[in-house]
Design a protein around this ligand. Structure first.
Ligand SMILES: [Mn+2]
Length: 321
């Protein structure tokens, strides 16, 4: 019956000009000894072979794996290796599908992707994000770097081999707390952004750095130096401003703390003195004949405190019985 159903899916896919058929095999068992694992494996091998025989030229059958759920003792296709072997056994139009939520904690998904790329056995993705199990959360909401690393492996493979990997990028999410359209737009935008980031990597330069063995230490050192440079510039800037403040005539803070001067002195790199300028800039004006001035940071601090006070009052009103 299950095979008949998939054969019907293959026919429908052909009628709809859908190249890929991606069945979800939610099969397994919940207790040891209740099923013959090897017998089920043979059923799977025979079934997939039969389905492969029904594929039209150009159609692809994608085999998805998952370690647990809905079965909690064993699933028939529990990991990428099992999916790979089944796909190889079924025939050349069968490939592996990677659902990013179908892995154990801390599993190196990009390594799996790299292996499947190497063997030209990756057919597609089901994108989603996860924290505990197959949470089906919005892509990149928990670990955007994971998605970047996957895209990086793909782009690296394409650069090295001068090909475009024929991968079906699909989304497999289930949103219970978010509007589904909102979640889908977030996922599509996140995927595009992270793919663009991976596409920006200079693979030629990266390969040279890897070959020279300077990447692991060099990158960290460079970042550490930049951070220290920034701290140093900030410290110098603050000292020069304090010095100006001490030298200026009393009674006129507007002149005493003119931020532009401090900004220029610390502006070896623009990003270094952003905070400095915010803190030290003065604005002066005249209302009804009264001279007034304020410091930007004092105003911002006041507004933040006001916000917290409001938050506190609202919270107190809501939660105190
Ligand atoms: Mn899936």
């Amino acid at each position: 019956m299950a095979i008949d159903h998939i054969l019907e899916c293959v026919a429908i896919a052909e009628a709809l000009h859908s190249r890929d058929v991606s069945p979800w095999f939610a099969d397994g068992s919940n207790y040891p000894g209740t099923q013959n694992i090897r017998k089920r494996l043979r059923f799977f091998e025979e079934g997939l072979k039969e389905i492969h025989a029904s594929l039209k030229p150009g159609q692809r059958l994608l085999v998805e794996y998952k370690p647990f759920e809905p079965a909690f003792y064993h699933t028939d296709i529990a990991d990428w290796g099992m999916a790979y072997l089944l796909a190889k056994h079924a025939g050349p139009q069968t490939l592996v599908l990677v659902d990013t939520g179908h892995h154990y904690q801390a599993q190196n998904i990009e390594q799996i992707v790299a292996w499947l790329l190497h063997h030209q056995m990756i057919g597609g993705f089901h994108f989603n994000d996860r924290r505990y199990a197959d949470d089906d959360l919005t892509l990149g909401s928990i670990d955007p770097y994971q998605v970047f690393r996957i895209f990086h492996e793909i782009r690296m493979y394409e650069w090295e081999n001068d090909v475009t990997a024929d991968i079906a990028y699909m989304v497999d999410q289930s949103h219970n707390l978010k509007h589904k359209m909102e979640a889908m737009i977030q996922t599509a935008c996140t995927a595009q952004e992270l793919y663009a980031r991976a596409a920006l990597v200079d693979h030629g330069r990266l390969a040279k750095l890897v070959a020279a063995g300077v990447l692991a230490g060099g990158r960290g050192t460079d970042i550490a130096r930049r951070v220290l440079d920034g701290c140093e510039a900030h410290r110098e800037g603050m000292e020069s401003c304090q010095g100006l403040a001490r030298r200026s005539p009393p009674g006129f803070p507007g002149k005493r703390l003119r931020g532009a001067r401090c900004g220029r002195e610390a502006s070896a790199e623009p990003w270094r003195n952003g905070e400095l300028r915010l803190r030290m800039r003065l604005r002066r004006g005249r209302i009804g004949g009264l001279a007034w001035h304020f410091r930007g940071d004092v105003l911002v601090g006041f507004l933040v405190q006001l916000f917290h006070l409001g938050e506190f009052l609202l919270g107190a009103g809501r939660f105190v019985p």
